[in-house]
Design a protein around this ligand. Sequence first.
Ligand SMILES: [Zn+2]
Ligand SMILES: [Zn+2]
Length: 171
Amino acid sequence: MLAAIDVRDLMGRPGASREEPVVGTVEGLATELARVPEDAPIRADLVLESLVEGILVSGHVGGRWSLRCARCLVEFEQPFHLDLDELFVRHPDEGADAYPLGPEGQLDPDQMIRDVVGVEMPFSPLCRSDCQGLCATCGGNRNEGECPGHAEFDHRFAVLADLFPDLPDLD
Ligand SMILES: [Zn+2]
Ligand SMILES: [Zn+2]
């Protein structure tokens, strides 16, 4: 959980701005093949700028995520670095693209960072662009040559065996 930022010094002072570094952990950021480990701190370097309608937050957020290759299922880690540019207002309209400012002038960056990172999490990560994936016959990792000595299973033979169940075994 990231701590809320007190922005009373910026409220009602359009044009005023300041920098605000934010460091902390964000829980529950995970999809099927990607997650931000809960012990991996996220760092955001934010610029808070006072506008007539609220506070504009820009800057970048960085950390590392733990990914599982969609082809060979090996886990690996990767740093990420994302830009953000979001508006906080006192009373966001329903469906508006803005986050709420707290009544005491608090700006809570947690949901914003969760959204910015969550939407960029790789949907189909690859350990490397030419990952060979797993062997369809034995499940070995083909990147590591784990299945020497046997040919890839040929699906045409499987179809033949289904059509002619009385045929002697093909292997
Ligand atoms: Zn892979
Ligand atoms: Zn194999």
